[in-house]
Design a protein around this ligand. Structure first.
Ligand code: 3PG
Length: 214
């Protein structure tokens, strides 16, 4: 899939681009571009920058502007205002830790692909009611892991998941082997110490390993 700074992606395309969507927490704007480049060098282009730090939106803006090979999205989107700020900063997809109608509506209105977080059948049904069928299962390993995903294959056979939360290089394969899993999400590609030290080679290596998971 060619990536450029004008192409729009569906949520399914965001999920299917690589086996792993890295969950990124940045506390220094100076780290944003080299980190994004390190992940892209390892073949991972869909990047979720979480709105958990004061510099998160500035980081999204920088990656969107300076790393055209990457497709930057916003994570930890918890309100319509978060979605609007993320889109304004240049985010091209959104990920939320849970689902609310207002977040779903805001992303729909913005044309921003959303992977809404769910952990129960009721949440899946609420997201589906609003048209969302590609969902993040969060927190995946804490909330039932592969067994939960298998249980959902019956009643929610039309839903595809990105399990996130407690996923590692060690357990990702088991999740990726499930029919209703397209990709996984996780923070293990961007260890805090590697980011702090600017050890971009290590992050490229972790990305390469993640890209080869499937
Ligand atoms: C998160 O929201 O922090 C993500 O789910 C990442 O979880 P992880 O650190 O367990 O990969």
């Amino acid at each position: 899939m060619a990536v450029n700074d004008t192409k729009r992606f569906t949520a399914l395309q965001v999920m299917a681009d690589a086996p792993v969507i890295p969950v990124i927490v940045l506390s220094d704007v100076a780290h944003a571009v080299p980190l994004a480049r390190a992940l892209v060098a390892g073949g991972i282009r869909m990047l979720e920058v979480t709105l958990r730090t004061p510099v998160a939106l500035a980081c999204i803006e920088k990656i969107a502007r300076d790393v055209p090979e990457a497709v930057v999205g916003a994570g930890t989107v918890r309100s319509a205002a978060d979605a609007q700020a993320a889109a304004l900063a240049g985010a091209r997809f959104a990920v939320s830790p849970g689902y609310t109608h207002s977040v779903g509506q805001a992303c729909h209105d913005l044309g921003l692909p959303l992977l809404p977080g769910v952990a129960t059948g009721a949440e899946i049904m609420a997201a589906q009611e609003d048209g969302y069928t590609q969902l993040k299962f969060f927190p995946a390993m804490q909330a039932g892991g592969p067994a939960m995903l298998k249980a959902w294959q019956g009643p929610f056979g039309d839903v595809k998941f990105c399990p996130t939360g407690g996923v590692t290089a060690a357990n990702a394969r088991e999740l990726l082997a499930l029919d209703n899993v397209v990709c996984v999400g996780g923070s293990w590609l961007t260890p805090a110490d590697a980011v702090a030290q600017g050890d971009w080679a290590r992050i490229t290596q972790l990305a390469l390993q993640a890209k080869n998971l499937q």
